[in-house]
Design a protein around this ligand. Structure first.
Ligand code: AMP
Length: 281
């Protein structure tokens, strides 16, 4: 497994692979890898001749009061995980490598970023689109893998690739969960033992929502109220949002029609966690 920190050396490796006609899969991450990331890397390894992972905590996608400074980092462990998944190249740039002095060009998006995390994290998706666009230009993969845990991000990247005529297949991968249902996340590391138990309320409330949908409920207000009710009963939880939107356009719906994304963001103590599911009527 090769490791690079500069754009130049990364490009050289990619160029050599392309000369040999090898296909390239790419998994962008912010590190502190867990089984969710591993599932993406393993899929990329299995579907491509070469698999690239990037590890970069992107300052541009964090708000001024968010957790950029405390975001968990463990480079040695991340490299071990990448190696054990058979990744071929890990790109670990410094911030100055990707945002040198004078940087002033951004990729921004409307419509898909007006609801959910776009509403409560202004500029988050501007940061995501900008970094993903940059990484796509550096790695130039055939395929790129994103988790459905960040469902809005997956929709945004899919739309960006379409709008910018990016010749990369965007592949969504299933959410990997703990045995009690909590979606794996690097931010779960922030939770105290009590908070960790309380965090189950995210998947539990969504499961109750799914049951309601399966029983034929078509009114999003009824569903949102039922999910909010369960979360409100957990003393350590406070709701950022509970929303039901069209899965592709991420716009609110008046009636539940195929397919919808049921998405929530909940603070457990000071830790903000997200979860979701897509429902096909
Ligand atoms: P992050 O390091 O949090 O930026 O995540 C990197 C990629 O891993 C993103 O595409 C995430 O959606 C994906 N990911 C994170 N957690 C999970 C999970 N529990 N299951 C599947 N994919 C995940």
């Amino acid at each position: 497994m090769e490791k690079t920190t500069s754009v130049k050396e990364t490009r050289q490796i990619i160029k050599d692979w392309k000369k040999q006609g090898l296909s390239i899969g790419f998994v962008p991450t912010m590190g502190f890898l867990h089984e969710g990331h591993q599932s993406l890397i393993q899929r990329s390894v299995s579907e491509n001749d070469r698999a690239v992972v990037s590890i970069f905590v992107n300052p541009m996608q964090f708000g001024p009061t968010e957790d950029l400074a405390t975001y968990p980092r463990d480079k040695a462990r991340d490299l071990f995980i990448c190696e054990s998944c058979d990744a071929d190249l890990v790109f670990l740039p410094e911030t100055s490598e990707l945002y040198p002095a004078g940087f002033c060009t951004f990729a921004d998006m409307t419509v898909l970023t007006t609801e959910l995390c776009g509403k409560t994290r202004p500029n988050h998706f501007r940061g995501v689109c900008t970094i993903v666009n940059k990484l796509f230009n550096i790695i130039t993969p055939d395929r790129a893998y994103f988790g459905r845990k960040d469902a809005q991000q997956l929709a945004v990247i899919t739309r960006m690739a379409l709008d910018f005529n990016t010749d990369i297949e965007i592949i969504g991968c299933e959410i990997i969960r703990e045995s009690d249902g909590l979606a794996k996340s690097s931010r779960n590391n922030y939770l105290s033992p009590d908070e960790r138990k309380a965090a189950c309320v995210l998947s539990r409330s969504l499961q109750a929502g799914r049951v309601l949908l399966e029983s034929g409920e078509k009114d999003p207000r009824v569903l949102i109220a039922a999910i909010k009710d369960i979360i409100s009963n957990e003393p350590l939880a406070s709701i950022d949002y509970v929303e039901i939107v069209k899965a592709d356009s991420i716009q609110k719906v008046d009636r539940i029609e195929d397919p919808v994304l049921v998405a929530i963001a909940v603070y457990i103590g000071k830790t903000r966690l997200i979860d979701n599911f897509v429902f096909h009527v």
